[in-house]
Design a protein around this ligand. Sequence first.
Ligand code: TXA
Ligand code: MG
Length: 341
Amino acid sequence: MKLKATVKSIKFAGSIIKKGGLVAFPTETVYGLGADALNKEAVAKIFEAKGRPRFDPLIVHIADLFWLKKLTREVDERTMSLIKKFWPGPLTLVLLKSSIVPDIVTAGLDTVAIRMPSHPIARKLIKLSQTPIAAPSANIFGRLSPTTATHVEKQLGEKIDLILDDGKCPIGIESTVLSLVGKKPFLLRPGGLPLEEIEKVIGKVAIQSKTNPPDRSGRERAGKTRPTERCQSFGRVQSPGQLLNHYSPKTPLKIIKSLKEIPSGKNIGILFFKKSSFSIKNQTIKILSEKGNLREAASNLFSALHQLDESGVKIIYAESISESGLGRAIMDRLRRASKKE
Ligand code: TXA
Ligand code: MG
């Protein structure tokens, strides 16, 4: 069932969460699929509905700092300085977990990912539910994230109790995930809060790469990574959300450096970052931001991919952009969309 988010429907949604049900709700990043984070049977339903493997941990959403203390063992000054600056907002922090967090939420890790969303509907829902809400993006595992209630309905409509509809998510790309459990802060997923902003507050952040993966608990590894460890196997990847084929449209996608790489022919979709004079007949074209504004582009990325995916094109060509600011998260999602299992 999909309901417009109103005081009444949010109250109803809160009662569903309290009873152990599943509610999809808007956040400033993407729609989340929420359940009571302290109820393991309810959390198990999230994994079932999404077809998500149990080794992929969930983000716990809170609306006030009372819950931060309850859910973690230790909150240092570095963490507090980030919280003061960026919460509520699109920053998820991985911290040492307390014993009240069920293992199913964290996939057995000793850490928990916590985020305080800024979206008023998300905040009201969490408050009315009187419990922290575990919520991954409300899509089928590995597919495109939802930035509208209709995206959620198409993928999960029949499998969940309620979808709260509040239109389009303003940021449109998932939160930045930062691990703070090691000596050095570690970027586990680029997202809606640019890395540069984080580094202004806490200095240099280590970046996950094939040759520099964190260990299972989000700490940077000591010494060099052995070549055999470089492959992304389930057991070793600390954030399985980092699996390369995540966020995929069904249609094959190719990232291009130059528009000359686009062949002529029918059934081709093109994803432009900004308005371009380049045009080919018969092509389905989506422009992320006419003027090339990164914020606007990020907010349109998943919608444009959903539309191209449904337009019947056989292949999508996506223009690559510079990896600074939100460009890092946009390119990360495009790279994942371009990888097939
Ligand atoms: O913007 C967002 O973050 C959205 C909205 C709904 O809040 N949520 C979201 O959740 O994108 P999900 O489950 O699709 O992605 C969560 C990411 C995954 O890559 C997961 O592996 C990682 O966070 N994660 C969760 N708990 C973790 C932990 N304890 N340690 C390391 N990574 C963790
Ligand atoms: Mg997701």
